[in-house]
Design a protein around this ligand. Structure first.
Ligand SMILES: C[S@@+](CC[C@H](N)C(=O)[O-])C[C@H]1O[C@@H](n2cnc3c(N)ncnc32)[C@H](O)[C@@H]1O
Length: 180
Protein backbone atom coordinates (compact mmCIF):
# COMPACT_ATOMS: atom_id res chain seq x y z
CA UNK A 1 0.00 0.00 0.00
CA UNK A 2 2.97 2.29 0.65
CA UNK A 3 6.47 2.45 -0.82
CA UNK A 4 7.93 -0.26 1.36
CA UNK A 5 6.36 -3.66 1.57
CA UNK A 6 4.34 -4.84 4.55
CA UNK A 7 4.31 -8.63 4.74
CA UNK A 8 2.49 -10.74 7.31
CA UNK A 9 3.95 -14.06 8.41
CA UNK A 10 1.99 -16.83 10.12
CA UNK A 11 4.58 -18.84 12.06
CA UNK A 12 2.83 -22.18 12.37
CA UNK A 13 -0.21 -24.04 11.11
CA UNK A 14 -1.98 -27.23 12.23
CA UNK A 15 -3.93 -28.57 9.22
CA UNK A 16 -7.59 -29.04 10.07
CA UNK A 17 -7.53 -27.39 13.48
CA UNK A 18 -6.04 -24.04 12.32
CA UNK A 19 -7.52 -23.86 8.81
CA UNK A 20 -10.01 -21.12 9.58
CA UNK A 21 -7.63 -19.05 11.72
CA UNK A 22 -4.84 -19.19 9.16
CA UNK A 23 -7.25 -18.30 6.36
CA UNK A 24 -8.48 -15.32 8.36
CA UNK A 25 -4.93 -14.15 9.06
CA UNK A 26 -4.52 -14.00 5.27
CA UNK A 27 -7.88 -12.36 4.60
CA UNK A 28 -7.28 -9.77 7.31
CA UNK A 29 -3.77 -9.02 6.03
CA UNK A 30 -5.21 -8.53 2.53
CA UNK A 31 -8.23 -6.45 3.55
CA UNK A 32 -6.28 -4.18 5.90
CA UNK A 33 -3.46 -3.09 3.64
CA UNK A 34 -0.62 -5.63 3.77
CA UNK A 35 1.03 -6.51 0.46
CA UNK A 36 1.67 -10.18 1.08
CA UNK A 37 1.01 -13.03 3.48
CA UNK A 38 3.42 -15.90 4.11
CA UNK A 39 2.06 -19.18 5.46
CA UNK A 40 3.92 -22.32 6.53
CA UNK A 41 4.04 -24.75 3.61
CA UNK A 42 1.48 -27.12 5.15
CA UNK A 43 -1.19 -24.37 4.91
CA UNK A 44 -2.12 -25.15 1.32
CA UNK A 45 -5.90 -24.97 1.86
CA UNK A 46 -5.85 -21.51 3.48
CA UNK A 47 -3.46 -20.27 0.77
CA UNK A 48 -5.89 -21.42 -1.95
CA UNK A 49 -8.80 -19.74 -0.19
CA UNK A 50 -6.99 -16.39 0.14
CA UNK A 51 -5.87 -16.58 -3.50
CA UNK A 52 -9.44 -17.31 -4.55
CA UNK A 53 -10.75 -14.27 -2.65
CA UNK A 54 -8.03 -12.09 -4.19
CA UNK A 55 -9.00 -13.36 -7.65
CA UNK A 56 -12.63 -12.46 -7.08
CA UNK A 57 -12.41 -9.27 -5.00
CA UNK A 58 -9.14 -7.84 -6.28
CA UNK A 59 -5.59 -7.12 -5.35
CA UNK A 60 -2.74 -6.73 -5.61
CA UNK A 61 -2.03 -9.20 -2.83
CA UNK A 62 0.38 -12.13 -2.80
CA UNK A 63 0.09 -15.40 -0.93
CA UNK A 64 3.18 -17.52 -0.38
CA UNK A 65 3.99 -20.82 1.24
CA UNK A 66 7.35 -21.02 3.00
CA UNK A 67 9.10 -24.14 4.33
CA UNK A 68 10.65 -22.15 7.19
CA UNK A 69 8.80 -19.05 8.41
CA UNK A 70 11.33 -18.83 11.27
CA UNK A 71 14.14 -18.45 8.73
CA UNK A 72 12.13 -15.71 7.00
CA UNK A 73 12.00 -13.89 10.34
CA UNK A 74 15.75 -14.39 10.88
CA UNK A 75 16.67 -13.20 7.40
CA UNK A 76 14.11 -10.41 6.90
CA UNK A 77 15.85 -7.39 5.30
CA UNK A 78 13.94 -4.81 7.31
CA UNK A 79 11.97 -4.42 10.52
CA UNK A 80 10.27 -7.34 12.28
CA UNK A 81 7.24 -6.71 14.49
CA UNK A 82 6.14 -9.83 16.39
CA UNK A 83 2.65 -9.72 17.89
CA UNK A 84 2.53 -11.14 21.40
CA UNK A 85 0.56 -10.43 24.56
CA UNK A 86 3.92 -10.22 26.39
CA UNK A 87 5.24 -7.33 24.27
CA UNK A 88 5.14 -3.55 24.59
CA UNK A 89 1.76 -1.85 24.15
CA UNK A 90 0.97 -1.04 20.52
CA UNK A 91 0.05 2.50 21.48
CA UNK A 92 3.63 2.99 22.72
CA UNK A 93 5.40 1.52 19.68
CA UNK A 94 3.12 2.41 16.76
CA UNK A 95 5.10 5.58 15.95
CA UNK A 96 8.33 3.53 15.86
CA UNK A 97 6.66 1.03 13.52
CA UNK A 98 5.52 3.81 11.19
CA UNK A 99 8.98 5.38 11.20
CA UNK A 100 10.60 2.03 10.44
CA UNK A 101 8.11 1.29 7.66
CA UNK A 102 8.86 4.66 6.09
CA UNK A 103 12.46 3.48 5.66
CA UNK A 104 12.32 -0.26 4.97
CA UNK A 105 10.11 -3.34 4.54
CA UNK A 106 8.09 -4.41 7.57
CA UNK A 107 7.35 -8.01 8.54
CA UNK A 108 4.43 -8.48 10.93
CA UNK A 109 4.68 -11.89 12.59
CA UNK A 110 1.77 -13.69 14.22
CA UNK A 111 2.04 -16.91 16.17
CA UNK A 112 -0.12 -19.96 16.42
CA UNK A 113 0.79 -22.75 18.76
CA UNK A 114 3.85 -22.27 21.00
CA UNK A 115 6.06 -19.51 19.64
CA UNK A 116 9.81 -20.28 19.99
CA UNK A 117 11.85 -17.84 22.03
CA UNK A 118 14.14 -17.10 19.09
CA UNK A 119 11.26 -15.21 17.45
CA UNK A 120 11.04 -12.89 20.47
CA UNK A 121 14.80 -12.37 20.23
CA UNK A 122 14.92 -11.75 16.49
CA UNK A 123 12.00 -9.31 16.54
CA UNK A 124 12.86 -5.62 16.49
CA UNK A 125 9.57 -5.02 18.28
CA UNK A 126 7.48 -7.41 20.37
CA UNK A 127 4.08 -5.73 20.17
CA UNK A 128 1.06 -6.29 22.40
CA UNK A 129 -2.50 -5.31 21.60
CA UNK A 130 -3.38 -5.18 25.29
CA UNK A 131 -1.40 -7.55 27.49
CA UNK A 132 -4.35 -9.92 27.54
CA UNK A 133 -4.53 -13.21 25.63
CA UNK A 134 -6.75 -13.06 22.54
CA UNK A 135 -6.45 -13.75 18.84
CA UNK A 136 -3.79 -13.27 16.18
CA UNK A 137 -6.50 -12.05 13.82
CA UNK A 138 -7.69 -9.33 16.18
CA UNK A 139 -4.12 -8.33 17.03
CA UNK A 140 -3.17 -8.15 13.36
CA UNK A 141 -6.18 -5.98 12.53
CA UNK A 142 -5.40 -3.44 15.25
CA UNK A 143 -1.70 -3.25 14.39
CA UNK A 144 -2.31 -2.77 10.65
CA UNK A 145 -4.91 -0.10 11.31
CA UNK A 146 -2.52 1.74 13.68
CA UNK A 147 0.32 1.37 11.19
CA UNK A 148 -1.67 2.82 8.28
CA UNK A 149 -3.64 5.24 10.49
CA UNK A 150 -6.89 4.23 8.82
CA UNK A 151 -5.76 4.90 5.24
CA UNK A 152 -6.12 1.17 4.46
CA UNK A 153 -9.90 1.52 4.83
CA UNK A 154 -10.03 3.59 1.63
CA UNK A 155 -7.77 1.34 -0.40
CA UNK A 156 -8.54 0.89 -4.12
CA UNK A 157 -8.56 -2.65 -5.56
CA UNK A 158 -7.53 -3.77 -9.03
CA UNK A 159 -8.48 -6.75 -11.19
CA UNK A 160 -11.60 -7.60 -9.21
CA UNK A 161 -14.39 -9.44 -10.98
CA UNK A 162 -16.92 -8.13 -8.49
CA UNK A 163 -17.32 -5.00 -6.40
CA UNK A 164 -19.52 -4.57 -3.36
CA UNK A 165 -21.65 -1.42 -3.41
CA UNK A 166 -21.96 -0.12 0.15
CA UNK A 167 -25.59 -0.02 1.27
CA UNK A 168 -27.32 0.85 4.50
CA UNK A 169 -29.54 -2.19 4.01
CA UNK A 170 -29.32 -5.19 1.73
CA UNK A 171 -26.60 -6.46 -0.56
CA UNK A 172 -25.45 -5.19 -3.93
CA UNK A 173 -22.56 -6.64 -5.89
CA UNK A 174 -21.73 -5.38 -9.40
CA UNK A 175 -19.16 -5.97 -12.09
CA UNK A 176 -16.35 -3.41 -11.95
CA UNK A 177 -16.27 -0.48 -14.36
CA UNK A 178 -13.67 -0.67 -17.14
CA UNK A 179 -10.30 0.42 -15.87
CA UNK A 180 -11.07 -0.58 -12.28
C1 LIG B 1 -3.81 -17.64 20.59
S1 LIG B 1 -2.17 -17.08 20.77
C2 LIG B 1 -1.25 -18.48 21.34
C3 LIG B 1 0.15 -18.17 21.80
C4 LIG B 1 0.97 -19.43 22.15
N1 LIG B 1 0.23 -20.27 23.03
C5 LIG B 1 2.34 -19.12 22.74
O1 LIG B 1 2.77 -19.81 23.62
O2 LIG B 1 2.99 -18.20 22.30
C6 LIG B 1 -1.70 -17.00 19.07
C7 LIG B 1 -1.14 -15.70 18.67
O3 LIG B 1 -2.07 -14.66 18.85
C8 LIG B 1 -1.39 -13.44 18.97
N2 LIG B 1 -1.84 -12.74 20.18
C9 LIG B 1 -2.57 -13.24 21.17
N3 LIG B 1 -2.81 -12.31 22.13
C10 LIG B 1 -2.20 -11.17 21.70
C11 LIG B 1 -2.07 -9.85 22.23
N4 LIG B 1 -2.63 -9.50 23.38
N5 LIG B 1 -1.36 -8.95 21.52
C12 LIG B 1 -0.80 -9.27 20.33
N6 LIG B 1 -0.90 -10.51 19.78
C13 LIG B 1 -1.58 -11.44 20.46
C14 LIG B 1 0.11 -13.77 19.03
O4 LIG B 1 0.70 -13.55 17.75
C15 LIG B 1 0.10 -15.24 19.40
O5 LIG B 1 1.25 -15.91 18.98
Amino acid sequence: MDDHEVAVCRLSHRPGRDDRMTTHVGLTARALGADRVVFPDNATGPAETVEDITGRFGGPFDVELNASPKRLVREWPGTVAHLTMYGLPVQDVEADLRAAHAEEPLLVVVGGEKVPFEVYEHADHNVAVTNQPHSEIAGLAVVLDRLFEGRELDREWTDADRVVVPKATGKEVVEPDDGE
